[in-house]
Write a protein that binds this ligand. Structure first.
Ligand code: ZN
Length: 314
């Protein structure tokens, strides 16, 4: 059996997968992240709980961990802004030391990408781009069936492709990044700017200008909401088209909370991507909404462990 752990800023999730890849047991608990030792102890305890034994080493074949940060190919965290005790930590080596089981770690969006590629909306495709639309824009690139993490773990950051030449400053240091337009704060900022400029809209009476509210207004045909939605779709398509041109991706999977908008967003993204992509590259690519939801992280982490055992990368 394989164990997948998904370390978030608030919760630790875990799952045990059988050899066929089915979820056999799951846990979720508040993350304990005051010290590195406390967090590692919690991860090791979760492995033992999912194994149903204090001797995890004799039962668990491999451990995979999804982490909210940049993770290099040696399963070491480069930086984790929301869980600082992870900074610099060789999570794979430490978990192996504590449990006696081989452990691999990856960025959480990369793990989710792997899950969708093997067990979700990317099934059947070797080359998958996964884009997760939430507060930020997470992404993962799967090439030849494996996570492409790049030289030091930073690959796949589609959210930081510049889509507006003189756009607003981004947390990464650049400006006009995709994330500044389609991250949740980006929706709110764009809506607020239009309303402050005197644009008449039913959105003016709304307290919380989040994507859900804006998309609901767009469903009702509200003009400003439709413009905000079109702007998001155009920005996304610039990033996706650049990725398709660079990598000849065969499946684009869009997930995360904002993707709950469904076809009203997806249809626009596909059409705008078509306009910006070589016809053959576009024709060879299919677009799907993610299937695994919030389980993608743990399933992907376990899949990571499974792949490493079946065909080691190094
Ligand atoms: Zn950026």
């Amino acid at each position: 059996m394989y164990v997948g752990l998904d370390v978030g800023g608030t919760f630790l999730k875990g799952a045990r997968l059988d050899a066929a890849g089915n979820v056999a047991a799951q846990i979720q608990e508040p993350i304990r992240k005051r010290t590195t030792e406390e967090l590692l102890a919690q991860l090791a305890a979760a492995v033992r709980a999912l194994a149903g034994s204090d001797d995890a080493g004799s039962i668990v074949t491999g451990i995979g961990v999804g982490l909210p940060g940049i993770v290099d190919r040696a399963s070491r965290v480069r930086v984790a802004p929301n869980v600082p005790v992870l900074d610099g930590l060789a999570v794979g080596d430490e978990l192996k030391r504590l449990t006696g089981v081989g452990a691999e770690a990856a960025n959480d969006a990369n793990a989710a990408a792997l899950a969708e590629a093997y067990r979700g909306a990317g099934r059947g495709a070797d080359n998958v781009l996964f884009v997760s639309l939430g507060t930020g824009v997470g992404a993962g690139v799967i090439l030849g069936g494996r996570i492409w993490s790049g030289a030091s773990g930073y690959a796949g950051e589609i959210g930081h492709i510049q889509v507006v030449q003189d756009g607003v400053k981004c947390g990464c240091g650049s400006w006009g990044c995709l994330e500044t337009v389609v991250g949740i704060p980006g929706w709110e900022r764009r809506a607020r700017a239009a309303l402050d400029a005197g644009r008449p809209s039913s959105l003016a009476s709304v307290e919380l200008l989040d994507p859900k509210t804006i998309v609901e207004a767009a469903f009702d045909g509200e003009a400003l909401a439709l413009e905000l939605l079109d702007e998001a779709a155009r920005a996304l398509s610039v990033g996706i088209a650049a990725s398709l041109s660079l990598l000849n991706i065969e499946r684009v999977v869009i997930g995360g909370g904002v993707a709950n908008a469904g076809p009203i967003l997806m249809d626009r993204v596909v059409e705008q991507t078509r306009l910006r992509t070589f016809p053959q590259v576009f024709a060879d690519c299919t677009f799907r909404l993610a299937e695994l939801g919030s389980d993608a992280g743990v399933i992907g982490a376990a899949t990571l462990a499974m792949l490493q055992l079946e065909s080691p990368r190094r």
